[in-house]
Design a protein around this ligand. Structure first.
Ligand code: GLV
Ligand code: MN
Ligand code: MN
Length: 391
């Protein structure tokens, strides 16, 4: 039996599979998603996009249509999109898009193990030069498409298995470290404490108020226009997902508390205004409580607008898949924004991008409760197949 595609693992740990189709010299379609997960994750985030793409190619192979593809199709399973271990996202797609600085390889995890050492442990000997060589030539690429679970409730609410993504919210990740005076929980009077845990609690609640009601906090000055503040009200979300304390014992006033902040919004200027205002308030509160604090920017990605041509091709593909499954379709395939980050954000620096979302139960993701109905997985596969057939 002939091979489905040529395959290889690159120097960053991305896995590629490529078919050349009828015109090997034509610009290639890149299609895929990520194969890493968050901690305590579900099964579909990332992997559904990879499996849909490989399955669609397999269906083309079985039907004898693989060699007739108008352009090369390369499936990529990206190595690290979530940024859980190193707090920096898009390690795989960022390398292909050429947006990772060479210093990325020196970023360490919590145990001070660097990315390059992790790759070495896995028999990949990366150097700065090899990292830069991973960037694809934009002239060799036609576009990037990603199939992904929605990770939110919109499609379920609309009663539609598939939807086309208009754009992806920008995001920033911060690491805030608050340092106070470590001491005995039984002996230091409340009025004499410099407690970084109590300070962090206040900082987190202030962040929540700011992000719930940005219009009450942000001024309409140079930092934030009227329209930015308005758009923030509907899309701004802020999360503290990780917190650690030292020395972490019940009878010790901590000496240090560190927590992460994840801020997302459709409007980039609005997001920057929120970060500016939040940072100002963090320093003010720490001053008032006589603790010191440090804010590190770990990750920044601007909002992305999906390509209109790719989006309408994906819409037709979704329509044809649903028609095959359900007969006549009365309503239009919905379009929606993505609050979650995706490899498409990094790939947009290389080429035009398009995304198709798949309904998930209760809109739940980043949880073992994440679930996609078998029929919706089927719809995603059929839509991918239809998209490839009409490239
Ligand atoms: C990725 O899943 C993200 O949006 O954090
Ligand atoms: Mn995820
Ligand atoms: Mn994902």
């Amino acid at each position: 039996m002939l091979m489905l595609c040529s395959s290889w693992v690159d120097q960053m740990g991305n896995v590629h599979g490529r078919v050349e189709g009828a015109n090997p010299n034509a610009e290639a379609l890149l299609i895929g998603s990520h194969m890493d997960t968050v901690v305590d994750a579900g099964m579909f985030d990332g992997s559904l996009g990879i499996v849909s793409a490989i399955s669609a190619l397999k269906a083309l192979k079985v039907n004898g249509k693989l060699e007739k593809l108008k352009r090369p199709v390369e499936v990529i399973a990206f190595c690290d999109e979530e940024g859980v271990r190193f707090q920096t996202t898009f390690l795989g797609s960022g390398a292909i898009a050429g947006i990772l600085p060479a210093t990325t390889l020196e970023i360490s995890d919590k145990r001070d193990t660097m990315i390059k050492d992790v790759l070495k442990e896995n028999s990949i000997d990366i150097t700065e030069e090899k990292l830069l060589q991973l960037k694809y030539d934009p002239k060799s690429v036609w576009g990037y498409v990603e199939i992904h679970i929605e990770q939110g409730p919109v499609l379920e609410q609309k009663g539609f298995p598939l939807g086309v993504v208009k754009g992806i919210a920008g995001q920033t990740r911060l690491k805030v470290t608050v340092r106070g005076s470590q001491g005995h929980a039984g002996t230091v009077p409340m009025s004499m404490r410099q407690d970084p845990m109590a300070a962090a609690a206040e900082l987190i609640v202030v962040m929540e108020s700011l992000c719930k009601n940005p219009e009450e906090f942000l001024s309409y000055d140079d930092h934030c226009s009227d329209s930015s503040v308005k758009s923030l009200s509907s899309s701004l979300v802020c999360t503290v997902g990780e917190i650690s304390t030292w020395p972490s014992a019940s009878n010790v006033i901590p000496g240090q508390v560190t927590y992460t902040v994840d801020i997302r919004a459709i409007d980039d200027l609005g997001r920057e205004a929120v970060i500016y205002d939040l940072s100002k308030r963090i320093y003010q509160i720490c001053d008032k409580r006589s603790v010191s604090c440090n804010i590190e920017h770990k990750h920044d990605a601007g909002a992305v607008i999906c390509d209109s041509e790719l989006s309408s091709q994906l819409k037709s593909a979704a329509y044809s898949a649903l028609k095959k499954m359900e007969g006549d379709i009365q309503d239009e395939v919905p379009t929606l924004m993505s609050g979650a980050g995706h490899d498409a954000m990094a790939m947009s620096h290389l080429t035009k991008v398009g995304m198709l979302f798949v309904r998930c139960r209760g809109g739940i993701s980043h949880s073992p409760q994440e679930h996609v109905l078998d029929n919706d997985v089927w719809a995603a596969g059929l839509a991918t197949l239809s998209f490839l057939e009409n490239l």
